[in-house]
Design a binder for this molecule. Structure first.
Ligand SMILES: [Fe+2]
Ligand SMILES: [Fe+2]
Length: 180
C-alpha cells in the first residue's frame, strides 16, 4: 500500500472547504461514516467508499434564488452528481490520489442519486451501492440534513478518527492477502 490521501488531508483542501461545506459538513461526515461501516461489512474498499461518501454532495450549487430556497426549481435543474464527480476527481488527482481510485470515487458520486437520470433503475456496483445507501441513511425530510451544523474542530476530529479506522481495516485486509 503506497501513498494514501487521508481524510484530514482531504478536509484541509480549499476545494473541500468551499464545496463540502456548502452542502453541509455534518451530512458529509455522517455519510462517510455510514459508507465506511457498510463497506467494511460488505468487503468493499473502505477508503474509496469513505472518500466518495465524504465528497458525494460537493457538486451542489445554486441553493437559493433571490434569497429563497426553491426546491422544485432546484430539483428540475439539478446536476450536482455530475458536478461533484468531476470536482472530486480533480481534487483527488491534485492531492496525488491513485488514478484508478479517483475514477472509482468519481463514478460512485456520479451515481449516488438517480434523480437526474431518465428512467428509474441504475445498475450499481457494490461500491456505488454503498455510497448511495449511506447517503439515504442520513437523509432527512425536506433536505434538513444539508443544514445540520458541525464545527471544523468537530469535523476534523471525526475525520481523523474515521481515517484511523480505515487504516486498521486496510492493514487487516493487507495481512489477509499477504500473510506474514
Ligand atoms: Fe446528493
Ligand atoms: Fe447527500
Amino acid at each position: 500500500m503506497g501513498h494514501r490521501v487521508t481524510l484530514p488531508k482531504l478536509f484541509e483542501h480549499p476545494v473541500t472547504q468551499k464545496y463540502v461545506k456548502r452542502a453541509g459538513l455534518a451530512h458529509a461526515v455522517a455519510v462517510a461514516y455510514h459508507a465506511f461501516y457498510l463497506a467494511k461489512e460488505r468487503n468493499v474498499d473502505v477508503d474509496t467508499a469513505a472518500k466518495a461518501a465524504f465528497l458525494h454532495d460537493s457538486g451542489h450549487y445554486m441553493w437559493y434564488r433571490n434569497g429563497e430556497w426553491d426546491y422544485e426549481l432546484y430539483k428540475a435543474n439539478d446536476i450536482h452528481a455530475i458536478k461533484g464527480a468531476e470536482r472530486a476527481h480533480k481534487l483527488l488527482i491534485r492531492l496525488g490520489e491513485d488514478r484508478q481510485k479517483a475514477k472509482e470515487v468519481a463514478v460512485a458520486i456520479l451515481l449516488h442519486t438517480d434523480s437526474y437520470l431518465p428512467g428509474q433503475s441504475v445498475d450499481r456496483t457494490p461500491l456505488q451501492t454503498v455510497v448511495a445507501e449511506a447517503d439515504e441513511l442520513d437523509e432527512e425530510p425536506g433536505g434538513a440534513h444539508h443544514y445540520r451544523k458541525m464545527s471544523d474542530e468537530q469535523a476534523k476530529k471525526k475525520l481523523k478518527e474515521l481515517d484511523l479506522r480505515i487504516t486498521e481495516v486496510l492493514k487487516a485486509q493487507d495481512e489477509a492477502i499477504y500473510p506474514k
